[in-house]
Design a protein around this ligand. Structure first.
Ligand code: HEM
Length: 434
């Protein structure tokens, strides 16, 4: 190693961080001990893991030198569930798929899904309001998982979802919310849903019917250079990826948001005030969403404290360096957005819930890469606008009808598994908004 570089500090004992049940707590303790770049030798691999918590190095891995990195540990498990869809694919294959899917997520296209977001929010508001009137406790984890699943299914299948539901007597995709395990058994059950997706694809082709939804987008997309459609196997992987990626993260994020609202009545007041002042009696358009100031700040702050995608894993193809620390080829790199979002150098009173941090003036003065709930660079979340608009509509509709009560009982504990979500189902009581 040349004299200008040194070896990153770290514990002597080897350990596979990704296999620990308490990996978030362990990473937090090691960060406090060793700083913004530390190295942990692996027990099962010959390469070391480098954990970085500095926005300049985050930019290097995700943006400026992204070609040097592939997705890292854990991606094999994701592939068992999602096949070679956008989340798990790599290289030229990923680039081609991303190009084909990208325009389906542009803002004007997403606006077509606003009626689905709006109707699901109205339906949920009615349910929560009647629980509020009866003084009943609501299992919000369950409600939010169902409502976000329906939003993404309607965006994918539009009228064919009702057709499937009618034929099979129930929503066949419900397994995704009913079964919270993400193991091999679940993967087998989930992959079997691919057959239903294929049925819908075949039906649409027979009828030459292509409603303006995400499934039609995938069916009609053509590769720019070859002019070819994606093969059906790939199409199914993409659809299954969008179902999982598009609902679990949004459900987790809304759970955390309602939890935070239940503990911060003043924030709740401000939310209700904005919800009442914007034109939400009917399906909104982007103009209405863009007129909201407080609701996006509130969502961003919730995503700061509890980013559902809390850990990004990458593997270096070639050597690299983080400041004075050398990174050998083949090393694993972990970026923990949960810890980055609470770094005291970049955040004032990081543990406090303060939506106003995201006012436009405050946003200007912050390091761009200290906040990455949707990741950054070419592999950033393709569904960011989808998720933000869905959550804004959800909150604006529900806050006109109900207000959460403070929760009593034990503190809600985060579970840092594939996503960061409350360890146990979250229950809240609501009051009708007068
Ligand atoms: C609050 C909601 C959401 C959050 C916090 C979130 C977060 C993320 C993050 C952090 C990544 C990058 C993961 C990595 O680099 O390792 C990602 C990728 C992805 N997300 Fe999201 N996501 C959300 C909603 C959605 C929605 C609604 C969809 C689709 C309907 C979606 C589809 C995807 C896909 C397909 C990828 C892979 C993109 C690629 O690699 O090209 N996400 N998301």
């Amino acid at each position: 190693m040349s004299a200008e570089f040194s070896c990153a500090p770290g514990p002597q004992a080897p350990c596979d961080l990704d296999r620990l049940d308490d990996k978030l707590e362990r990473m937090q303790a090691l960060w406090q001990q060793y700083g913004d770049c530390y190295r942990v030798a692996s027990e099962s691999r010959r390469a070391d893991t480098f954990v970085i918590n500095h926005p300049d190095w985050v930019r290097r891995v995700l943006v400026s030198n992204h070609r040097n990195y592939t997705k890292g540990v854990g991606i094999e498990r994701v592939r068992v569930l999602l096949g070679n869809g956008l989340m798990a694919s790599e290289g030229d294959y990923w680039r081609r798929q991303r190009r084909m899917l990208q325009s389906g997520f542009h803002k004007p296209r997403i606006e077509r899904f606003f009626p689905a977001y709006f109707e699901e929010a109205v339906r949920l508001a009615e349910r929560w309001l009647s629980c509020a009137r009866r003084g009943e406790v609501v299992n919000i984890s369950e409600s939010l998982s169902e409502t976000t699943l329906l939003a993404v299914l309607r965006a994918l299948f539009s009228e064919d979802l009702a057709m499937l539901q009618q034929r099979l007597g129930a929503n066949p995709f419900q397994v995704v919310t009913r079964d919270s395990r993400r193991d091999l058994q679940f993967a087998v059950k989930f992959r079997a849903l691919g057959k239903l997706v294929q049925e819908v694809v075949d039906l649409r082709r027979r009828e030459s019917r292509f409603p303006p939804d995400l499934l039609s987008h995938c069916m009609l997309a053509r590769d720019k250079s070859e002019g070819e459609a994606m093969p059906d196997r790939q199409l199914i992987d993409e659809v299954l990826t969008l179902i999982v990626a598009g609902h679990e993260t949004t459900a987790a994020s809304l759970s955390w948001t309602w939890y935070l609202l239940s503990r911060h009545p003043a924030v709740c007041e401000a939310l209700t005030a904005e919800a009442r002042s914007c034109a939400m009696h009917t399906v909104p358009d982007w103009r209405v969403l863009e007129s909201m100031e407080y609701i996006p700040q509130l969502i961003k702050e919730s995503l700061r404290l509890y980013p559902p995608g809390w850990l990004y894993t990458r593997r270096a193809l070639d050597e690299d360096n983080f400041g004075k620390y050398k990174l050998p080829a083949g090393s694993d790199v972990f970026i923990c957005s949960y810890l980055l979002h609470r770094h005291p150098t970049y955040w004032d009173r990081p543990e406090r819930f303060m939506p106003e941090r995201f006012s436009s003036e405050n946003e200007l003065s912050r390091h761009r890469f200290a906040y990455i709930p949707f990741s950054a660079g070419p592999r950033h979340c393709i569904g960011e606008s989808f998720a933000m608009s869905e959550m804004m509509i959800h909150l604006a509709v529900l806050a006109r009808h109900v207000r959460p009560e403070p929760v009593t009982g034990p503190q809600v504990e985060p579970e840092a598994a594939v996503n960061l979500r409350p360890r146990r189902a979250l229950h809240l009581r609501f009051k009708p908004v007068e």
